[in-house]
Design a protein around this ligand. Structure first.
Ligand code: ZN
Length: 77
């Protein structure tokens, strides 16, 4: 279900709504997209990227433009 926000589309100034970007894996809706620095390596002991954080996505209801937002300062657990 999409939730309404105050954000406006950069292209047409339409209404932006939260979406879940799904890949073709079995349970993609249950795991948020993430970002990381390109040079970051998977931690041997932690099995994580130290720079990783969650992404959220929004889509314009008028033109379909999709924007991704990284959660700044809120590293994924
Ligand atoms: Zn738009």
């Amino acid at each position: 279900m999409a939730s309404k926000t105050d954000r406006r589309c950069l292209s047409c100034e339409g209404e932006m709504r939260s979406i879940v970007v799904m890949d073709k894996t079995e349970d993609s809706a249950g795991t948020p997209l993430q970002y990381r620095s390109p040079e970051d390596k998977l931690g041997f002991w932690t099995c994580r990227y130290a720079s990783a954080g969650d992404l959220s996505a929004m889509m314009c209801v008028d033109c379909g433009l999709v924007q991704l937002y990284g959660k700044v300062g809120d590293k994924a657990g």
